[in-house]
Design a protein around this ligand. Sequence first.
Ligand code: NDP
Length: 308
Amino acid sequence: MSVLYRSGAPRAAAWARFFKDNAPDIDFRTWPDAGELEEIEYLVSWAAPAAFIASLPNLKVLFSSGAGIDHIDLSAVPDHVQIVRMVEPGIINGMVEYVTLSVLALHRDFFDYVAMQPSGAWNPLEVPPASSRTVGVMGLGVLGQAVLQRLSTFGFRLSGWNRSPRNIAGVACHAGAHTLDQFLGRCDILICLLPLTDATKGILNARLFAALPRGASVINVGRGGHLDQAALLAALDSGHLSRAIVDVTDPEPLPPDHRFWTHPRVFVTPHVASMTQPDTAAPIMLANLRSHMRGDGLRDVVDRKRGY
Ligand code: NDP
């Protein structure tokens, strides 16, 4: 039985070191030193090519090395192979930091002050209390809930929208497509933390923006495929939306001549909201691997029908 890590080279060394120190009994290999492919039963990968997956006859489990699984071509993974998504504290903490920073920067008008600075304008804006703003999160999963928990410490009014019902203390939770407009109508700052699926593709569109209150801002940390870029630009240019913070784009990298780069009310980061941290991810993956080897099953298994 062997494990193959085929993902970002800089982090491969950290994963290999962890397994050497903590699981010397496990044959942990890193790409391109894959050895005999029929020995590989576990693959840790971000976007292994379909032909490569097909070349692993005894593959049992595919662990995604990063959050989300929309990068994996599910049709290329045989039905009997379980797919495990990456849920680990490093990704959660990174996302909480990024979203908290973004919400506070919007709330405290930091982008306005950045814009004023070159002209030396001393122009104090009103400072409304956090309790006067509603922050809404689409997708109340692991990340959405962690973000809401941290935002609650600042006193914002909090709201959430999800596929299935959720009950989160201090958060007005909405469930299902029929509640979307009601949820949006109160969001001053909207955060997308949905997985990218057939049901959520293009969900940040003109209709959704129109349902937000005038002056609202949008933070997209889900996936680029959630966002209709032209609709966002139109909503910003018409003045209906104030600002957008975009960490994920379609395509990635965002082309250098894309209008987002120069738009005065769009702030772009290159898909860095959070990243897998080997120090915290490898122990979780190892525990999951051992559980599977014992026959006790796996945690964080992807539901292929739902697509996340
Ligand atoms: P989870 O699977 O834990 O949560 C997803 C949530 O979205 C669930 O609560 C689910 O509802 C809800 N959901 C799914 N489909 C719909 C729908 N059609 N309508 C309404 N709600 C829906 O995922 P995570 O919280 O771990 O991650 C969320 C996403 O964040 C990832 O898929 C990835 O795309 C993105 N991400 C981005 C990063 C970045 O750096 N920018 C880093 C990490 C993640 P239900 O409770 O019914 O299942």
